[in-house]
Design a protein around this ligand. Sequence first.
Ligand code: HEC
Length: 185
Amino acid sequence: MNCAAHAAGSGATIDLHNTVTGEPLKLDEALANGHDTPAVKQFLSTGHNPYNEVKSCFPSGKSLFLTACSGCHGEYAEGKLGPNLGDNYWTYPINTTDEGLFATIFGGANGMMGPHNEDLTLDEILQVMAWVRHLYSGPVQDAPWFTEEQKKNYAPYKLETDAVVAKADGLCAPSNESARHEPAK
Ligand code: HEC
């Protein structure tokens, strides 16, 4: 168990704020399912996404990204209507923290960047975040979200060498994978 220095509402021991307004994030406006998985609990107490660089989370993270984000940010987050998410330039530098990235996805930012609290569960937000972090190709020193271990093993994302495990068999599988991601047969 992590030693949390302070406690806030919603069971969260970290402070989460809307990326643009700075108002406290309303976690009670999250979808009912997937809000208390071990990963969500860990994130809400440490501010660190336990799915980062967990390969078994990539298939679901990628599939969620393609459904919810790529239309605006591009298939590989290279930028389209919305900015590139794989380089080291951030409109909101807070997005270099997992807490900030979570808040931007949950509560949205300006204009077309709407909140995703009603189409992604808290656990799915962590999954999509892991995929966004995986797509990063900038300098490792500008990636404070990685642990020291992950920094040592870091390789910039390259399309040619990307080998996404076809089947999730681990942390993110399979109960988190809701029926809507499965093609109906
Ligand atoms: C309808 C289009 C649209 C969709 C869908 C969308 N975004 Fe965005 N996104 C934008 C736009 C436009 C901005 C710029 C907003 C701003 O500057 O305030 C943005 C900004 C962002 C930022 C801030 C980037 C920075 O430089 O600080 C992040 C992070 C982000 N989006 C992640 C996501 C993720 C993850 C998803 C999917 C869950 C997503 N977005 C879905 C349009 C979209």
